[in-house]
Ligand binder design. Structure first.
Ligand code: ZN
Length: 392
């Protein structure tokens, strides 16, 4: 195995984290994509910038609009190999260009605070340097791989989901470089899923005093749906009505409302059952309140169970860790990531191969700097085992 240069990794993480890559910051994402394309060009493959898929969203007035996204980086190495894997990471962060958290700061000699240092610019460095070490070993020729660095993971990968599914085809395994679930390196195992919905209600306006009986109140219809949605919750699904927009002046029966909500199904069946129940609820609301409804959205990341194939990949990562003196554990996670999408394609995936760190999605986000080289060594060993046929 080639040597892993922790100082070079740190320098890249610092440079990448200085570029703001909030998911809506297209200029920052373009700058980052160029930096990443240049960095990954050290690998013996092709580097390509891929346009985002079109994404529509619903505005507060109920109209649909196009949401722009940045381009994704795709690297392809030895596509002709019999054994191929998929490696994914995301370049975007949750911090917009106007957020106060834009700077790097050392918390102590080995802990770096900064936007994206753990989630997941550090993880991208882990992936790249593990691949460099693997390529320097004599074993790389037996394994091909595609790398995807998408621009929109933090908002649900709507502009890259089709690309993820396309790249997952024909792969024996996948590794995603989200930070470890715990600062001690514990991996995320099973994950629940997530779905986001916008429901538009169109009623009929009328004067609140003169002819209220002729009005059809969109806010009341939305409120009724909120209560009925909450009543659908059970141990396999939670539902969070998050935002209600609409309404009018106090003396007007409101004819317009938009309700946003999120669901977290624990199982694929629970997500499917919810979809069916929602259709029935909307029909009941339309009939009961004499309003029209329009539904937008759905389950964007299906639940990720760990089947026998995926467990073999977890076991392989643990074995490689043990050989390096790293005690690798795992636990169930309530969060979601691109690993959900990959698992839904039937490809075994371990999705927290990135750095050790914590407080992600907050201005306290930190990277445990020695974990850069540590986790790169772990991944490089996993690549070597996969090249040798560990999952055959
Ligand atoms: Zn992430």
């Amino acid at each position: 195995m080639g040597a892993i240069d922790g100082a070079a990794m740190l320098a890249q993480v610092e440079a990448w984290s200085r570029v703001n890559t909030g998911t809506a910051n297209l200029a920052g994402l373009a700058e980052q994509a160029a930096l990443l394309a240049e960095a990954f060009a050290v690998l013996p493959g092709t580097v390509e910038l891929v346009d985002p898929a079109p994404v529509t969203a619903i505005a507060a007035d109920g109209s649909a609009y196009d949401k722009p996204h940045g381009r994704h980086v795709v690297v392809r190495v030895r596509p002709e190999a019999n054994r191929r894997i998929l490696l994914t990471g995301h370049m975007d962060t949750v911090f917009p260009a106007d957020h106060a958290f834009q700077h790097l700061r050392w918390l102590d000699a080995t802990t770096l605070n900064g936007p994206g240092v753990a989630d997941m610019k550090g993880g991208i460095a882990v992936m790249l340097h593990a691949l460099m070490a693997f390529e320097a070993s004599g074993e790389a020729s037996a394994l091909g791989y595609d790398v995807l660095l998408n621009s929109d993971e933090e908002t649900g990968s709507l502009a890259s989901a089709a690309l993820i599914a396309e790249l997952a085809q024909g792969k024996i395994a996948a590794l995603t470089y989200e930070p470890a679930a715990l600062p001690d390196g514990t991996l995320a195992h099973e994950r629940g899923g997530t779905g986001n919905y916008s429901i538009t209600f169109t009623g009929r306006s009328a004067h609140a005093g003169r002819n209220p009986q002729e009005g059809r109140n969109a806010i009341v219809a939305a409120a009724d749906l909120i209560l009925r949605l909450k009543a659908l919750e059970n141990e396999d699904i939670t539902i969070n009505p998050a935002k209600l927009e609409g309404g009018a002046a106090n003396n007007v029966v409101p004819d317009h409302a938009v309700l946003r909500f999120n669901i977290r199904p624990r199982t694929i069946e629970a997500g499917a059952a919810f979809e069916e129940a929602l259709g029935q609820l909307l029909a009941a609301i339309e009939a009961g309140h004499e309003v029209a409804t329009h539904r937008h959205g759905g389950v964007t990341r299906p639940p990720k169970p760990v089947d026998a194939q995926a467990q073999r990949l977890f076991d392989l990562v643990r074995q490689c860790g043990a050989e390096l003196g790293q005690d690798i554990r795992w636990q169930r996670s309530g969060g979601v990531c691109d690993g959900n999408n990959i698992a839904a394609c039937g490809v075994p995936v371990v999705d927290t191969m990135g750095v050790r760190g914590g407080a992600i999605h907050s201005p306290d986000e930190y990277l445990i700097v020695p974990s850069l080289a540590e986790r790169a060594a772990l991944s490089a060993r996993v690549f070597a085992r996969l090249a040798q046929g560990a999952l055959n």
